[in-house]
Structures are given as structure tokens and as C-alpha cells.
Ligand binder design. Structure first.
Ligand SMILES: C[S@@+](CC[C@H](N)C(=O)[O-])C[C@H]1O[C@@H](n2cnc3c(N)ncnc32)[C@H](O)[C@@H]1O
Length: 377
């Protein structure tokens, strides 16, 4: 009983902070966040230590509830392999790359608000994860209106169990969300809770006319949320001002980047010079230029300590304070600097000044009030 009160109080504080930050506005979602017990979906998760390793937290942990009700992502799987959890329990910590999680409540709230659901809407969620978001959707729309799909059958089965245990029964499907889920289409809303490199054509086909797709685009520089209205098989809409970063759809991971970033640590540069453009202007999402930089540096991956940029064509950049080393077929930092000059000349547009268009054959960003477009690679 005491534990329930503690959880309820912590949940209330989290909701109040989301309301105060104005990321939560719709009373239906606020009520759902107050009622749905996040801790029931997070009986076990990983917390990252300062050294980068992952420590397991179970419901036995004295701070379990406090950790669950922080406004933080809770990672529940590493490396797409449940054995990492067993190993972490046995040894105290493990290394790995997150592959499933309960997303940060702020970003969940932003995306749920952006969905602008009406009673009776059918929603397809891509990436069931823990099931927590599917529970919020079911709370507001009703079980029969919610379909959630996850590529990992083990993750999906655990989520379905937790959903049932908390009294929610949306349709849970194990499968590749890139294909959507045709048997229950059309959907009034499709919500991508894992990032996509481009909008899958199945999502365009399975969205009802006038329906919305809300998802994050998987871009290392300039990632973000888009909200598209679908008509005649095309999705057109705005890049949202709020930043949103998610783990990518499994097939959309940039696995080439690890090798390229390691090579860029020691590669011999074709040229070295000083630069007036700070690296953080390009790689830090809180910089106003970052989104625009991502349009020019669209396939670029980044690494820290030292800051490095790499492109699949073999081009690379390495920062050493104000000195920048470059190599490979293109001078990527020269391109970043040229993009910065163009951004200033355009009046420093922010992410919400851009639209995104997705058709089955082409997908591109465009800047309001201009004819400038940037196709996805
Ligand atoms: C950030 S988690 C989703 C969070 C979830 N909505 C929640 O409330 O806990 C991303 C999920 O996407 C899943 N995923 C990755 N690739 C996928 C794909 N191709 N189709 C469906 N799900 C996928 C992962 O297994 C992972 O569980």
C-alpha cells in the first residue's frame, strides 16, 4: 500500500513537471500519465554509470521507484540480446548499445500531443518496447483502437504480459514495423517510437486519408520529429520545433560508422587548418544551426573526444581545438562552413521553418518561403 502511494506521488510530481514545462497540455494525456503505472512496465532496466557501463536496476533496488519516475529514458535491452540482462545481474554491470527502452517521458508527451487524437481514432504504434506508451494510448483511446508492433518477439511478449497485468489489452504484434500492419489498416494515426531513415511506404499506404504520421527521423546531425498529414499516398508536414531522438529501427542503424570513426582517430589528414566555426555548432542539438548542418551533412556520423565527423564515402573530419584535420574525397568541414554561411544569409531558420514531404518515390525537406529543397539520400 505504502509503495503504491509512493509511486502515485512520484508519478504526480512527474506529471506536474511535464505540465509546468508545457510539453503536456491535453488533460487526457495528463490523466493517462497520472494513472498508468510506469513502474509496472519497468520491473528491470539498466542505468548507465559514469564510466559508460550499464548497471541493472530491479524492483528490489531501494531507489527503484525514484529511478523509474525520473524524466529519463529507461533502457531495457542492450545489443538486441536479453542475455546482457542476465550477465549484468550476475556481474554487476555490462557494456552495450541500447536496443529497447521506455522513452523519456518528455518526448513521449510531445509525440502524444502531436498525434492530436480524436475519440475513436485507430492508432498504430511502431516499437512496443516496454508497452508503457501502448498503455497510455489504450487508456485514452480504448484497447480496440490501439495496435502496437515490435520486431523483437521477446520484447513484445513481455510488453503484452505487462499490459495485461495492468489491465490494458491493445493488439500486440511481433513483426517488422517498417511494413506497418496491414490487417488492421487503415490507421488514423501512426506513431513511430523508433527512428526511421525515411518514411516507409507501408506507413503512407496504411494511413487513412487526412490521417497523421508522427515519427523521428534518424539523422545523426539534425535528427528530429516530423508530423505529416497523409493524402493520396503522400505525407506532407512540418518538422517540429521540439527535438526528438530515438533509437533507430533495427534495419536503419549506421553500423559502418564505428569503423570509420575509429579510423578517423589516427588517419593522416589531407589538410589541417584553423576554423572559426565551433564543432558544437554542428554536433550539438541545442545549437540553432545543427538542424541546417544536418541537411548538408546528411549521412554523416559523429564521434566525441575528439569530435569527429565521418561520411560513408570515406570523408572524415577531426577537431583539435580550433584546428581541424580533414581527409577523404570531400572536405566535409569546408562544406559545414559553407552551410553556416548559407544559413546566416537565409536568416538563421530553425527546424520548425522546414517542411518534410514523403512520397513513395522521393522524400525531402524544404525551407518555408524559398524553393530550396534537400532530398533524403
Ligand atoms: C524506444 S523503444 C520504444 C518505446 C516504447 N514505445 C515504450 O513505450 O516503451 C524502440 C523499440 O523499437 C523496436 N524496433 C526496432 N526496430 C523495429 C522494427 N523494424 N519494427 C518494430 N519495432 C522495432 C525495438 O525492439 C524497441 O523495443
Amino acid at each position: 500500500m505504502e509503495c503504491v502511494d509512493v509511486a502515485e506521488n512520484l508519478r504526480g510530481q512527474l506529471v506536474d513537471s511535464l505540465l509546468a514545462a508545457n510539453v503536456l497540455r491535453d488533460p487526457r494525456w495528463a490523466e493517462a500519465f497520472r494513472q498508468v503505472p510506469r513502474h509496472a512496465f519497468l520491473a528491470g532496466f539498466f542505468v548507465q554509470r559514469p564510466d559508460g557501463t550499464w548497471e541493472p536496476v530491479t524492483s528490489e533496488h531501494p531507489d527503484h521507484l525514484a529511478l523509474v519516475y525520473r524524466n529519463e529514458v529507461c533502457v531495457t535491452q542492450l545489443n538486441g540480446d536479453d542475455r546482457a540482462w542476465e550477465q549484468a545481474l550476475a556481474t554487476g554491470s555490462v557494456t552495450g548499445v541500447p536496443t529497447s527502452s521506455s522513452s523519456m517521458p518528455t518526448i513521449m508527451a510531445i509525440m502524444l500531443e502531436a498525434l492530436a487524437v480524436a475519440p475513436g481514432d485507430h492508432v498504430l504504434e511502431i516499437g512496443t518496447g516496454t508497452g508503457y506508451n501502448a498503455a497510455l494510448l489504450s487508456h485514452v483511446l480504448g484497447d480496440s483502437r490501439v495496435t502496437s508492433i515490435d520486431v523483437d518477439p521477446g520484447v513484445l511478449a513481455r510488453a503484452a504480459d505487462r499490459l495485461a497485468a495492468t489491465g490494458y489489452h491493445p493488439t500486440c504484434v511481433a513483426g517488422d514495423g517498417e511494413q506497418g500492419y496491414a490487417p488492421r489498416a487503415p490507421y488514423d494515426r501512426i506513431l513511430g517510437t523508433c527512428a526511421v531513415s525515411r518514411i516507409p511506404s507501408a506507413w503512407l499506404e496504411q494511413t487513412a486519408p487526412g490521417g497523421l504520421i508522427v515519427t523521428t527521423l534518424n539523422r545523426v546531425i539534425g535528427a528530429g520529429l516530423v508530423r505529416l498529414t497523409v493524402r493520396d499516398g503522400q505525407g506532407i508536414g512540418r518538422v517540429l520545433l521540439e527535438d526528438g531522438r530515438f533509437m533507430p529501427l533495427r534495419a536503419h542503424r549506421q553500423s559502418w560508422a564505428d569503423d570509420a570513426l575509429r579510423d578517423a582517430l589516427t588517419a593522416e589528414p589531407a589538410g589541417s587548418r584553423t576554423t572559426l566555426l565551433p564543432s558544437r555548432a554542428v554536433v550539438d542539438p541545442s545549437s540553432g544551426f545543427e538542424f541546417f548542418a544536418g541537411l548538408t551533412l546528411s549521412e554523416v556520423a559523429t564521434g566525441a573526444d575528439p569530435i569527429r565527423l565521418v561520411h560513408p564515402d570515406g570523408s572524415w573530419v577531426r577537431h583539435r581545438g580550433a584546428v581541424v584535420d580533414q581527409g577523404g574525397p570531400r572536405a566535409l568541414w569546408d562544406e559545414a562552413e559553407a552551410a553556416y554561411r548559407q544559413w546566416r544569409a537565409l536568416g538563421k531558420p530553425r527546424r520548425h521553418h522546414f517542411t518534410f514531404t514523403a512520397t513513395p518515390t522521393e522524400q525531402y525537406f524544404a525551407l518555408d518561403g524559398t524553393t530550396l529543397t534537400w532530398p533524403l539520400p
